[in-house]
Design a binder for this molecule. Structure first.
Ligand code: SF4
Length: 362
């Protein structure tokens, strides 16, 4: 633990650097708690550069919690499509409805923490940035900075370790500017104190950083539970008939992306007969690395019923290709569709070359 004097020096150096060099991000141009909250939810598990266009589009369509509460769920999900982890969008809307009935955005840390989808980190970030409440927000970036600055070998992967660093963060917090301090800590971790190759030469707090002084910056933080990547192969079926494709809709009760449309797999259509392979793509979710193969497929019992085919897994239904753009489609469906389009374009050009060859020879 640093001394009071060292902590004061650390705060001063960090805040001076942040005031001069912070990135120009759209959610830093507002004091609206609703907009700040939306940005924090979007930034959970998603990179800053990826969030910016979604944030602007979302705020443009749903500028207030009332607008979000009143919107059809499919509209909210469509504005979230591509960001992944769709439970976040559903939580946002259910929290907006709660605000609507409670009379506005909550103003205390405890009430913000009680919103659906808001954990300790997000509650502290919103409370400090929007309301200047003295709560330290601790994410992976902050854990890394604290561990290095204090040369602290406590395991950040353990519950007790995170509690330890939470207490440390509270002790380091600048209570006169808690929102700015929290953002500065995250900014330092995201842009200078990087997981590998920390940029100590340009770091504003290097003079007091114990890990740098000891030459241990690359040894910290200690994390004894590194997540292992799990590789999984899956096949999705592209079944097309008369300009319609057979899709599967997740049931409303689904924990993952309820109401979203997917391409069916063997689980939904056990009797489907796979044909030629149209292509493949990868899709990563946390520590799962999926490799999806897109296969053209056929149904043995033609014609497939015109009415939707329902079972406990959801609904399979023919959807006109022209309507695909308007549906809330999963990222997997969108990626698979791009694979199919590429495959069909290749096939078309092969056919054109063959036809041209026949024409030349006749
Ligand atoms: S001096 Fe290096 S290790 Fe220490 S906080 Fe700065 S970037 Fe991180």
């Amino acid at each position: 633990m640093l001394s009071e004097l060292q902590i004061a020096d650390f705060r001063a150096a960090l805040l001076e650097w942040f005031d001069r060099h912070q990135r120009d991000l759209p959610w830093r141009q507002t004091t609206d708690p609703y907009a700040i909250w939306v940005s924090e939810i979007m930034l959970q598990q998603t990179r800053v550069t990826a969030v910016i266009p979604y944030y602007e589009r979302f705020l443009n369509r749903f500028p207030t919690h009332s607008a979000l509460a009143a919107a059809p769920e499919a509209d909210v999900l469509a504005h979230w499509a591509g960001l992944g982890y769709y439970y976040r969008a559903r939580n946002l809307q259910s929290a907006a409805k709660q605000m609507q009935s409670d009379g506005g955005f909550p103003t205390s840390y405890e009430a913000i923490r009680a919103l659906p989808g808001v954990g300790e980190y997000t509650a502290a970030a919103v409370a400090s940035i929007a309301f200047q409440l003295p709560h330290a927000s601790v994410d992976g970036n902050v854990l890394r900075v604290l561990s290095r600055v204090c040369e602290d070998d406590t395991d950040i992967g353990s519950g007790s370790g995170r509690r330890h660093f939470g207490n440390l963060a509270e002790a380091m917090l600048d209570r006169s500017r808690p929102g700015v301090f929290n953002q500065a800590m995250m900014e330092l971790g995201a842009t200078i104190c990087l997981p590998t190759n920390p940029q100590c030469l340009v770091c504003p707090v290097s003079a007091g950083c114990r890990a740098r002084i000891a030459g241990r910056q690359n040894d910290l933080p200690v994390n004894r539970k590194p997540a292992k990547t799990v590789r999984i192969n899956r096949t999705v079926f592209w079944i097309e008939q008369h300009d319609r494709v057979l899709l599967w809709q997740r049931p409303a009760s689904s924990r993952l992306m309820p109401g979203f449309w997917e391409l069916p797999e063997r689980l939904q259509l056990p009797a489907a007969l796979p044909g030629r392979k149209m292509g493949a793509f990868r899709h990563a979710i946390t520590f799962h690395d999926y490799r999806f193969e897109v296969a053209e497929a056929f149904l043995p019992n033609e014609p497939f019923p015109k009415e939707p085919f329902r079972n406990e897994l959801g609904t399979c239904q023919w959807v006109p290709l022209a309507e695909l753009e308007r549906l809330p489609a999963s990222t997997i469906l969108k990626k698979a569709r791009r694979v199919v389009m590429k495959h069909l374009t290749k096939e078309e050009s092969k056919r054109a070359v063959a036809v041209a060859g026949i024409a030349r020879n006749t």
